[in-house]
Structure formats: C-alpha cells, structure tokens
Design a protein around this ligand. Structure first.
Ligand code: PLP
Length: 418
C-alpha cells in the first residue's frame, strides 16, 4: 500500500486510512472507530452503507451495471424519475437530467441556461463554490486555491456580493437589501439583462462558510430574476437531500428556482448528480448538445431510489429535529466561549465561525479544535476562506446521544484551544 503513488493534488484532511463504515461511524485500518460528522463532505446522508441502499445496489449489479442512457432507457432511471417526482419542492418540476458529479451538473445547468435563453452570461456570488472543472472554477470565489494558476478562466461569469451578514458586521436585513441593490447595479454596469442567462446561488453557502441568506434576500432575488428575465439556478449539491431538515433548502425560503442542481446526498455515495427543471425549459436544450457516457448509471440510480425511500421514511424529519438539538447545544457552548463568534445553519448543515478577540478570522483556533476532535475520535471538517468555520454535517440518521457525545468533545476542544 504505497501512498506515494497517490497524487498529492488530493489534499487530505485526516491522516487516516479507512477500512469500513457503518451508520455514523467509520473505522480505520488500525480498528479505531470515529464518529464521522463529515458524511464524506455531505454525501452519506443515509449513513455509511445503509442496508437498504446496499441491498438495492447489490441487486442491480447482478442485473445490469451500465445501460447507457443515450442508447436506451433503463428501469432504475425511470424508477428514479418517479421517485424524484415525489420529493420535488414544486409541481412545476417535472424533468430531470443525470450526470456524475456536482461540478458536471453545474456545467450542465449553465449550458441549459445558455441554450434555453440564448444568452451568454452568468451571475454568481462572492464566496461561492460550484466545482473544479474549467467553467465552474470561474464561479469559485471562496478561496484563490480553486483558481490560482489556472488562468485564463472561462469568461461570462460575474460575481456579486452574498449576504454574509456576520462578515460585513451588519444586521441581516441591511445586508440583504444592500446585496440586492448591488446585484441590480451589476445589471446596469457589467452584464446587461439581454446578455445575462441566469443567476446561480447556493441557498446555503457551503465551502464559503455555511452562510444562510435572509429569506428577504432569496425572495428579492426571485423577484429580480423575474423582473429582468433571468433564470434562477439553485445549487443544492451540498444543501439538498434532507441536509437542512427539508428535502431542498429552497423550501425554507418559499422560493421556486428554475433549475435545481443536485449531487452528493442523492445516491448515498454512488457518483450521481443531476438537474431538476421543467420540461418546457429542457425542451430548449438541443438534444445531443450535452450528455456523457456514465450519467444515469443503473447502479447509481438504484442506490438513489433506495436513498429517497430511506430519507422519506422519517430521516428528513430527524435531520430537522437533530439540527435543533445540535444548534441549541452549540449556542450553549458559545455563551462560555466568545471566540465562537457565530453559530448558524439550517437543519444538520451548521457552521461555527471562530473569531479572534481582535475581530480576525479564528483560523488557528479552528485548526486546533479540529485536531483535538480527531484525537478524540470525532471527525469534523472546516470551511470558510480562512478555514475559520468548523462545519457540522453528520449523517441525517444521527441520534441525540451521538450529537451529545460530539458536543461534549467539541466543548473540551474549544476549552483547550482558547
Ligand atoms: N456545488 C457545491 C455547493 C458543492 O459543495 C460542491 C462540492 O463540494 C460542488 C458544487 C462540486 O461537486 P463535485 O465535487 O461533486 O464536483
């Protein structure tokens, strides 16, 4: 097992080699058990190796693995479109496209928006992250690590401020109104509505720091898109599939986008991603102008159908309930430790932003907290430009006892870091 043959471009958060996983736990090759509150970066929402997902994938492997979707339909694909119809946040969503990764799905959404509107430009948000392919790199503004050294980046991408109230130091409403004003200003100064296809947003900003926009912002954004004839694309790659206590985060805001991008939690770890939209829009996408060999893979689709069944069986509600337990627990710890500058999130997508006493991003504290937790068998990831945010994304099947165990370790970690 020569690790030097694995490309170093894969940065690695934990010095572990994993042998297996079950539910909220993973086990390393030394037999040590960890409470995995990373969910493989928000993927294993049903827990590691949920028996129903495993059984569905195993059964499908014996029937057909690859039934290429440009050649023919296959049964798990049709079963998945049926299952998706039962969870879409609005009846208008009746057409689906499948691909392999989140970045590919975002590329697909932008290509669909361009074909459907015949307009070239996209507006997206400061601090956003949408993937690591050539086009998506141009939308990544949470950190230069995603783009530095790769210029020239794809053109036609414009960046407007995201309502990150804590960073600006303003109240949410002031931030919301200012950001909407800046977006309107952009349409008069940088990209005119007649050349702007869509606005692309994460309804809860993920890699940028687990930032929840105010409801007024999301509603104002929808109104603005309608006023100027722009499509609204919601990137629910990280926030979707029950993560926020609803199937899709947009449901918290009462806003219906034109396209929803899904990935990660969709198939519990099988590489499957896709677009949810309306047939009238999809019909404007020239057949054959987008696709891919593996999109809609039969085994991944079967796993996704099982994933949706599991999530519908009380797991999304559990995420909402456990999210409340988690946030209340974190806010209680925050009262003792002012370095925990902000505790925010929806459901089980929660961030703790550390801030130093002189008001700077608390990267060192965040790093130490993560390390202490690792040493005590709890895996937590970070996010935010300066890694100053510790993010909480346990599997949605997590129980109260596991959350309390994690909070206990976390509190000790913060105490030892300050
Ligand atoms: N969009 C969001 C919001 C993400 O969080 C990610 C990955 O973390 C992506 C897109 C890219 O997904 P993938 O890594 O599957 O390409």
């Amino acid at each position: 097992m020569a690790k030097e043959h694995v490309s170093p471009v894969w940065s690695r958060t934990f010095p572990l080699t994993i042998s297996h996983g079950e539910g909220c736990y993973i086990y390393d090759t030394d037999g040590r058990r960890y409470l995995d509150f990373t969910s493989g970066i928000g993927v294993t929402n049903t827990g590691h190796c949920h028996p129903k997902v495993v059984a569905a994938a195993q059964a499908q492997v014996g029937k057909i693995i690859h039934a290429q979707v440009n050649n023919y339909y296959h049964l798990p694909l049709l079963a998945l479109t049926d299952a998706l119809l039962t969870i879409v946040p609005d009846k208008s969503f009746d057409c689906f496209f499948l691909t392999n990764s989140g970045a590919e799905a975002i590329e697909g959404a932008i290509k669909l928006a361009r074909h459907a509107t015949k307009k070239p430009n996209i507006i997206t948000f400061q601090g956003g992250f949408h993937g690591r392919t050539n086009l998506t790199m141009a939308t990544d503004t949470g950190s230069t690590i995603y783009r530095a050294g790769y210029s020239p980046l794809a053109s036609g991408v414009y960046i407007t401020p995201f309502p990150y109230a804590y960073r600006y130091g303003w109240d949410p409403e002031t931030t919301s109104q200012w950001c909407l004003k800046e977006l309107r200003h952009m349409l008069h100064t940088q990209t005119a509505p007649f050349e702007t296809a869509a606005v692309l947003i994460e309804p809860v900003q993920g890699e940028g720091g687990y930032v929840v926009p105010p409801v007024s912002f999301m509603k104002g954004l929808r109104t603005l898109c309608d006023e100027f004839g722009l499509l609204l694309i919601a990137d629910e790659v990280q926030s979707g599939f029950g993560r926020t206590g609803k199937f899709f985060a947009v449901e918290h805001f009462g806003v219906t986008p034109d396209i929803i991008v899904m990935a990660k939690g969709l198939a519990s770890g099988f590489p499957l991603a896709g677009l949810i939209s309306r047939r009238d829009l999809m019909e404007k996408w020239t057949p054959g102008s987008h696709g891919g060999t593996y999109g809609g893979n039969a085994v991944a689709c079967a796993a996704a159908v099982a994933t949706i069944e599991v999530l519908k069986d009380g797991v999304v509600e559990n995420a909402a309930r456990m999210g409340k337990v988690l946030t209340a627990g974190l806010k209680k710890i925050q009262q003792k430790y002012p370095v925990m500058g902000d505790v925010r999130g929806l459901g089980l997508m929660v961030g703790v932003e550390f801030t130093t006493p002189d008001g700077n991003p608390g990267s060192d504290i965040s790093n130490e907290v993560k390390k202490f937790c690792l040493d005590n068998n709890l895996l937590l990831l970070q996010c935010g430009t300066y890694h100053q945010v510790v993010r909480w994304i346990p599997p949605l099947v997590v129980n109260k006892e596991q959350i309390e165990t994690a909070l206990d370790i976390f509190e000790k970690a913060v105490a030892s870091a300050v």
